[in-house]
Design a protein around this ligand. Sequence first.
Ligand code: GP9
Ligand code: MN
Length: 419
Amino acid sequence: GNEIPEIKAYVEENIKTDQKSDMFGVAKNKNVIFINAESLQSFVINDEVNGEEITPFLNSLTEDEDTYYFENFYHQTEQGKTSDSEFLVENSLYPLSRGAVFFTQAQNEYHAMPEIMGKAGYNSVVFHANNKTFWNRDQMYESLDVDKFYGEEAYEVTEDNSVGWGLKDKPFFEQSIDHLQSLDEPYYSKFITLTNHFPFELPEEDRSIEPYDSNSATLNNYFPTVRYMDESIEQFFAQLKANGLYEDSIIVIMGDHYGISANHNRAMSQYLGEEEITPFDQTQLQRVPFFIHIPGHGKGEVRSEVSGQIDVKPTILNLLGIEHQNDIYFGNDLFSEDRKDYIALRNGDFISEDYIFASGICYDRQSGEQVKEESDDSIDSSLAEDSACTPIKKQVEQELGYSDDLIYGDLFRFMEFEK
Ligand code: GP9
Ligand code: MN
């Protein structure tokens, strides 16, 4: 554990900030309803397919006065997919570059949101109509201090109300309401949706929009299932309101990771009307929607700063007014003025306010053009020492390395946190 002082010093110096944002505590003691929107990417938001809106409800939230919508928010997951996104959210640590931390480091000690919120009186639960051993959740949730997992067996699953991976999202949310009503308040509840999962199957009767027409069945079928999820979330909002669960809650909606991989780039370029998908475009496609809905808040807006899943933990804790002074984490409160200005992807690529670094190329973020280097002695993926991207690239490597040290060394075991 002798890396700890160095890591702490890095976090104090580069991540943490002393000043609290003016959003600190605005949701004090509110319930948190967190929706993990399966495979939802930002390119569908406020866009159309076959002349039809894809996500009318989420689009309306982008203009809603009680909602903050982060339009430049990136997923930072790797092979652990949904479980990596959960890991990022709960810990504000990076997932691993290979394998799934939910499997390989499930016995570690962590200092995750459920634990921190638990000390502030919160009850934390996860709802997901899948087997509890999928992604080793049963083990990992124990280490994260999740109080209860409502898995497959908590739901009535029939042939009629299922498709693909299991229970469809509409009955999933509908059946979750009773469970939600039975919880002690305040609670931190997470809902992991399932219908918008590869290969994006949906029976005809659940389709409100038609598939796209391209050489990729995956991309084609993505749009109707995204619409189905959008409708299921709209319906969930209505049910929360009808059951008196809305007013005392904040609702957070986040896409967990991409749904359309680079294997479908030809179809994707057709859809986006671009000649080809460059590494720059590929990186921009890693944006996933992030919404924070605070009933009665009235100050919502579209936010454009570069942000990512690493920022969720400090953001939510600050909204709830929960201090976590000695904590070690790598993200920032999205409402704070004083934030680091880049988001690291797990493969070492990054997005900063000015640059995007992808496939060894340094791009100007605004123009999408490759940045001209003074001495262009870069070969393949090694960046010139004087490249505009080099300083951030070094910091990203250092930061990912520290996160790995914490995880592989199980270093939280050696740390004590305030009550
Ligand atoms: C499985 C669900 C999907 O329980 O979370 O996982 P994914 O394949 O998206 O990682
Ligand atoms: Mn997923």
